[in-house]
Each structure stands twice: as C-alpha cells, then as structure tokens.
Design a protein around this ligand. Structure first.
Ligand SMILES: [Zn+2]
Length: 385
C-alpha cells in the first residue's frame, strides 16, 4: 500500500481547488514551503499576469544533466458532476484515494514530493528535477513558458518522465491535436423570403460535412499505427450552435472541431485543408452578400509524441517500471512539447488509469501509488549509482 507520507501529501494537494480557471499559486506556495524545509532549491516561471506559475526544482548537482519528473497542478472542473464526497477533500476507502485530481495527476506529484527527502539523503550523481506546470487541461499552455526557459540553458536534462496516468505502463507516443473554432456570419431575415438572405447554419453545416469527410478519408486511407486503440488520425465536430427561430434565416452559426493526428502525419496539412474548404464556402457567401464571412481560428494545439523505442529514456523507464513492453495513447499530454520545445527525450509513465480521470468520484488506487513509489525509488538508486 502507499506510504503515509504520500497519502498525507496527496491530501494537502487535493485540498487546493486548482481547476484550470483558478490560480494555482496557493498550491505552489505550499510545495515551495515543503521543499524549503528540505533545503531543495526551486524557481517559479509565472504566466504574464502573475496569477499562475510553473515550479521547477532540482535535487542533486545542478551543473549536470538530470531526469525530470513532470506533472500538471491543474485539474478539470467538477461543475455539473455528482460526487459522493467532497472532491477537494481526500477520502481513503477500500484501497482507493478519492478526490478531484487524485488520478490526474496529483497522485504522481504526491509520490514525487513524498520521496524528495530520500532524494535529498541519497548521494545523487545525476540530478532529479520536478517540473510542475499549470493550465495543462486547457491545451498544455502553462508548461510552454518553463520549456522556453529550459531550452535556453547550457545544461539540459537527459530525459523526462511525465507522470500522467498510464497504470505505470511506459508510453512512448501520443497523437498531436489541433482544436479549431469557426464562426459563420450570414445575412438574416424573415424565412418566408429565405432565398434573399445568406443562411449561416446551412453554410456552416457544409464545413461540418467537410470535416466529417476528412475523418472518413483518414480512417479509410490515412496512416496507421496499431499501437493506438484508434490506429489512425481522426476528425471530429463537437460543438454546433446556430439559429434562434424557424421563421428567421439565421445570421450566425458557430462550430468547434478537432483533429487528433498520428505524430508521423501532418497536422498542419489537415488544418490547411479545413481552412481551404472554409475559404471556398466564404467566397460563395460573399458573392451573395459582401458583409458575410466564415472565419476559422485555432483554439489550441499541441504536438504529438513519438519517442524512439530504443531511446535511453525508454530503456530507463522500462527498467524502473520493471517491464519490457511499451504503449501509445490517444489522449494528449505535455510530453510532445518537452521534445519539440526543449529537445528533451520524454516518455509518459504514471499511477492510475486514464479511464478514471475527469470523472465524478475520480480515484487512484493505493496499489498504483505504491507501484509509482517503487518506480521513483529505483530512479533514486539509478541516479546515485
Ligand atoms: Zn493530466
């Protein structure tokens, strides 16, 4: 079962409502005070408003390349979810720890912090870093500032382990994502004279159809990687709004859609294709009324992850996890950004199941926390050998 210090620290982390829309500074201050008590140096990389911060800490010799343990401090909202207990108070029951973020991913952060005293006591030859970010759940935004800072440093980490929930499986790949929003502005009027106006819903619907057709093409003839549970790139429309009453030709319609793209495929080409379709529809709208438009913008994006199975960080993570297999996952993480922005080889391996994340009564099992403790203890041994 998990150690008492992991449980205690997890309880302290869960008590902060770090839903992405809130500041995470109170949690960061708590972690800083804890690290100060251990004499561990740390730094903040804040957002432009100073309301949120990444925390970067180093245990061991800072002038040598080390291993980063990385996780996000923010959690998804509990709005509209029915919880059996207070989501911001730890509940320990039947070998499980319940709370918002217990699985995704304060459990991993708690294990890292609980083992910090052992890292301090060990004679680390290779340093261990903590990289705790913000705004991961809203498009992997926060970590970018930290990675810019790391990329500019003379000594770069050897590798990074992102502790997102993988059931302690070693994950070497995830898909890239592009989230887009479109707004069709038509010209409205009484529906009895519909042909005189430009129907925003009908034009936006053509973009919906185009995205659906791109998805069908990707499924039928796009690249494939059978290590993913959906082994091809996907397209999806998740939001569509438009119109107010049947007897009014609608003057506005909005949609949101996404592409989740195998890291070996060209996400930008899919975005360009969708933009091209939208430009064609807009040209037809403007030909009928120059005041109309169909705008497409990127809402958020992150790169995919495709780490070579023979990379040193993969070999190390497999040794620490005591397993020889690896996997790829459909959900996105900050891992691809560590590679793309800072050139740090990265894998994902953390406690809990992604199937429990983002749900009411989110939990992580104590067995998974204990497995993660064993993983980090083997890392400490590796780094002090
Ligand atoms: Zn997460």
């Amino acid at each position: 079962m998990a150690s008492q210090s992991t449980i205690d620290l997890l309880g302290r982390l869960l008590a902060f409502d770090t839903t992405s829309r809130n500041s995470n500074l109170a949690l960061i201050a708590e972690v800083e005070a804890y690290l100060d008590g251990l004499g561990v140096p740390h730094e903040r990389v804040t957002d432009v408003c100073g309301e949120k911060a990444n925390l970067y800490a180093t245990i061991g010799p800072a002038d040598r390349p080390g291993i980063v343990l990385s996780g996000h401090t923010d959690v998804v909202p509990v709005d509209g979810q029915t919880w059996s207990s207070d989501p911001f108070a730890l509940l320990r029951r039947d070998g499980r720890i319940y709370g918002r973020g217990a699985c995704d991913m304060k459990g991993f952060l708690a294990v890292c912090l609980a083992l910090a005293p052992e890292m301090v006591k060990a004679d680390l030859k290779i340093p261990i870093h903590f990289a705790f970010s913000y705004d991961e759940e809203v498009g992997c935004l926060g970590v970018r500032g930290l990675l810019e800072a790391l990329a500019a440093r003379p000594v770069k980490p050897l590798g990074c382990i992102v502790g997102e929930p993988t059931d302690m499986q070693v994950v070497i790949g995830h898909k890239a994502k592009r989230s887009l929003a479109a707004v069709a502005r038509g010209a409205g009027g009484h529906s009895s004279r519909a042909p005189e106006f430009v129907n925003a819903v009908e034009h936006a619907a053509r973009l919906v159809t185009a995205v659906t057709e791109i998805g069908a093409r990707l499924a039928a003839s796009g690249g494939r990687d059978e290590l993913y549970d959906v082994p091809f790139s996907t397209a999806h429309v998740g939001v569509f709004h438009g119109g107010t009453a049947l007897n009014i030709v609608p003057d506005e319609a909005t949609l949101e859609f996404e592409f989740r793209v195998l890291p070996e495929e060209d996400a930008e080409a899919l975005v360009a294709e969708a933009r091209g379709v939208a430009a064609g529809i807009e040209a037809e709208m403007k030909a009928r009324d120059p005041r109309t438009s169909l705008e497409v913008r990127i809402k958020s994006e992150f790169p995919g992850l495709s780490t070579d199975p023979s990379a040193d960080i993969v070999t190390l993570a497999k040794r620490l996890a005591g397993r020889n297999d690896h996997a790829k996952v459909a959900y996105g993480t900050e891992a691809g950004l560590f590679v793309e922005m800072a050139g740090i080889p990265t894998v994902i391996c953390g406690p809990g199941s992604i199937g429990e994340a983002h749900k009411p009564d989110e939990f992580v099992t104590e067995a998974q926390l204990a497995a993660c403790e064993a993983f980090v203890r083997r890392l400490i041994a590796h780094c002090s050998a």
